[in-house]
Design a protein around this ligand. Sequence first.
Ligand SMILES: NC(=O)c1ccc[n+]([C@@H]2O[C@H](COP(=O)([O-])OP(=O)(O)OC[C@H]3O[C@@H](n4cnc5c(N)ncnc54)[C@H](OP(=O)(O)O)[C@@H]3O)[C@@H](O)[C@H]2O)c1
Length: 258
Amino acid sequence: MSPVALITGASSGIGYAAALAFARQGTHVTAVARRAQRLAELEQAAAALPAPHGSILPVTADVRVAAAMQQAVRQTVAHFGRLDVLVANAGLGHRGSVVEADWDDLETLLQTNINGVLHAVRAAVPAMRQTGGGHIIIISSVSHNLVSPYAAVYAASKAFVSSLARSLRLELEADNIGVSELLVGRTATEFNEKRLGEGKRTGQGVPTMSADRVAAAILRAVGTNQKTVTLRFFDRLVIWGNILAPQVMGQLAKRQYR
Ligand SMILES: NC(=O)c1ccc[n+]([C@@H]2O[C@H](COP(=O)([O-])OP(=O)(O)OC[C@H]3O[C@@H](n4cnc5c(N)ncnc54)[C@H](OP(=O)(O)O)[C@@H]3O)[C@@H](O)[C@H]2O)c1
């Protein structure tokens, strides 16, 4: 029987690329996002892959709504018979001052990046237990430990999901469910243009990678049950810089993000 993955945020960027990569290797995919048209395009793109390939079940849903994520998992099991992999990927960026930022923006960010991941995990795990195990990929960021004015709330939302992933890995060990966090660096997607708050522009001098590269890392992490995945030397430099020299990194970030 072909494995089955559920990917949130599959209508663009990393989620879209991951859905196609899973389908290419024969995994069926439930593709969750709010834009139905984009999901229909993904379904067509997967159908055009060289056979044999997995198929896409498009599910229009908002990750901020717990019942919608429960429903997405029910639809997955009804359609494909099982759920093996969850990629909790849907997310948004934000820049702006903690104090002056628009509260609606911050609430949208927290509900998407934090509640959305929790709703997806809580819906997926019971289905994975039914078939003896599975794997959860949490899409975090190199920003998870960033000391950075004007990106604090986004960074804190990624700190939340990274922390969640590390504890969840132990909590689900006995269920034979692996958990990996991906500390993703700057990737060429719609993320920058959709970022909430003041900072639509991107920071200068940050190397960008393709969504396909991140998608390949997601597939590898499922295969190897790697605890933490960091893709590039530059990303490791940022993470270690924030551990060893947070004040210096904070001043650099302050110049970029103001
Ligand atoms: N791009 C980067 O540089 C970068 C760096 C580090 C980490 N990341 C992380 O990578 C993940 C994916 O981002 P991306 O770069 O691929 O950006 P993207 O192209 O903007 O994709 C974001 C995806 O999330 C979905 N989404 C947003 N809000 C949603 C909601 N309420 N319900 C359901 N789906 C929702 C969007 O679909 P709809 O709008 O159709 O709902 C879209 O499919 C995010 O968690 C982000 O924080 C990205």
